[in-house]
Design a protein around this ligand. Structure first.
Ligand SMILES: *Cc1c(COP(=O)(O)O)cnc(C)c1O
Length: 419
């Protein structure tokens, strides 16, 4: 469910016609709906009803815009961060340090120090070597860090290979069979208290069975760790719940179904549960608004050439992702087209032979469900400034990130003294 609807023949974000935003701010631009974000938080929270005091730590990498994070902070969410930069963004948006979990496979000593100095809630560690480094950094500061090991349950999430993270040969986590040894070694290290178990098997999960299998393995591990004398008081079940991108494929499990599965599997664990949803909170809450530069003839289908490229929305070229592509003012007719950007790469193709609203040069087009892993992956390839972002709330809207002027890009380059 989202708040992007046709009203009087024009696609709106809540009460604001998208053409009003493009008239003032230009294209391409991401547009977020605050009401949709709030709705998704409410639905996720309701899905966890009956679970005692869960921590919902939004996966910042899905959408790190400060206005998005501030919206979530006001709703009481925590944050799951994977870099010092994300940690600083979460704090800048008003998310309390105690609700921040620091994940990621390559934390540096500097990033660990930042997390410790800010007093974050938990570090999710990915190896014994990382535990050793955190132990040193924490000991030097005279503090003890709460940590969990992220375990790799060797479960195939059944999603796109590039967003599967829980198979034995994926880079993430401590191998399940070696986890008891990791906890035993961590117990002997000063400055860290290994009190949690964490798991995250992938993203855009469309079937609950792999998550259930992974959580069952976590439950068995918690029992084994307790039997070995470790005081485990939290379990972080990660994120990954999918969102509907394509109306023609079966919808992913609902948050309610996910919550019911979690309640069933975790019954009796006696831990605080942590969740790290990203996509399911913001995915449907954003669109990328772009304009048709021209229609170019093709051998089989016309090419719709947009002013947005793979640098603005990378998902189709990186993950073969499918986004619904709609005319902002549909004329009722459909056609079949290839939808491409202006970048000099064949990979800069958003859709091939797509049946879609008929559009012409100058028309506005919206990429639906672009709120997660959209603007955050944007880059400046082909010397295109970073794409701007706007947020709508009811009848109001505001720019929440400026378009990066090309002059700023050029000015960041430095000439060496010999030129
Ligand atoms: C990316 C990530 C998430 C969020 O995944 P979604 O599919 O967006 O819910 C959660 N936890 C970790 C550790 C991640 O890397």
């Amino acid at each position: 469910m989202d708040h992007f609807e046709l009203k009087d023949g024009m696609l709106h974000a809540e009460g604001v016609p998208l053409a009003r935003i493009s008239a003032e701010a230009g294209t391409p631009i991401y547009v977020y709906s605050a009401a949709t974000i709030e709705r998704h938080v409410r639905v996720f929270r309701e899905a966890l009803a009956g679970i005692d005091d869960p921590l919902i730590a939004f996966a910042v990498k899905a959408n790190p815009n400060r206005a998005v994070l501030a919206t979530l902070a006001a709703l009481g969410l925590g944050a799951d961060v994977v870099s010092g930069g994300e940690l600083k963004r979460a704090l800048a948006a008003g998310i309390p340090a105690a609700k921040i979990v620091f994940s990621g496979v390559g934390k540096t000593a500097e990033e660990m120090a930042l997390g410790l100095d800010e007093g974050i809630g938990q570090f999710n560690l990915e190896s014994v070597a990382e535990a050793e480094m955190l132990s040193q950094v924490a000991t030097a500061r005279g503090v003890t860090a709460r940590v969990a090991f992220r375990v790799n349950p060797d479960v195939d999430a059944g999603t796109h290979s590039k967003i599967s993270t829980g198979r034995a040969d994926d880079k993430f986590g401590v191998a399940y069979d070696r986890a008891p040894d990791a906890y035993a070694r961590a117990a002997a290290m000063p400055g860290i208290a290994a009190v949690g178990v964490a798991v995250h098997i992938g993203s855009q999960l469309t079937d609950l069975a792999p998550s259930r299998a992974a959580f069952e393995r976590v439950g068995a591990l918690i029992a084994a760790l307790r039997a070995a004398g470790h005081a485990i008081d939290s379990a972080d079940l990660g994120g990954g719940l999918g969102v509907p991108y394509n109306p023609a494929v079966p919808v992913p499990p609902s948050p309610a179904d996910y919550g019911a599965m979690v309640r069933e599997v975790t019954a009796g664990w006696d831990v605080r549960l942590i969740f790290e949803p990203g996509r399911v909170i913001v995915g449907n809450a954003g669109v990328m608004l772009t304009r048709v530069i021209r229609i170019k003839e093709g051998k089989n289908y016309p090419f719709v050439v947009l002013d947005a490229g793979m640098n603005d929305l990378l998902r189709p070229s990186l993950y073969d992702a499918w986004h619904n592509i709609r005319a902002v003012e549909p004329n009722g007719a459909k056609f079949v087209a290839n939808v491409v950007g202006p970048i000099c790469e064949t990979g800069d193709t958003f859709a091939r032979a797509r049946e879609m609203d008929q559009v012409a040069a100058g028309d506005l087009v919206a990429f639906m469900t672009a709120g997660a892993y959209g603007a955050t992956m944007a880059n400046t390839y082909n010397s295109r400034g970073l794409v701007p972002e706007a947020m709508v709330s009811g009848e109001e809207w505001a720019i929440v990130r400026d378009r990066q002027p090309i002059e700023a890009l050029i000015a960041a380059d430095r000439l060496p003294p010999w030129l």
